[in-house]
Design a protein. Sequence first.
Length: 155
Amino acid sequence: MSSSDADVNAIQYLENHSVLCLATSRGQSPWVSPVFYARYRDTLVFLSAPHTRHAQNLKDNPLVSASIQEDYNDWTAIKGIQLEGVVTRVEADLIEDIVQCYSKKFPVTGKQAPPEIAKAISKINWYQLRPEIVYFIDNSKGLGHREQVNLLVCD
């Protein structure tokens, strides 16, 4: 599969950023939560404690939207990712690969994690966000410019 410049730029943007703003909902109650993420194949993975509001929302409704962006002062400089997709808990047979992938991006979560981090990680769940629609925003190409991109053109 060939990739467009926008696809490549979106993947590079994902690799160079760390926080995803995850929008979940339950009934009529929307919620947004910033989570650290890593790209694993064609998904984004994150961890969360099962008691958090977004984890509870995901049990009832796995459909999400999300954004990844910086804090800009100049509208023409705005770049970022907007997406929608489905979140599932990571299946047991993938946990080891997911943890290895995540700890490459966030070494503090790896085998040498400080005791307080290791203790917290022992109480979490791993999640995969499978994007269904992804847009890369790049206002340097024009105000409001966005292109639909394909994250399957990775690795």
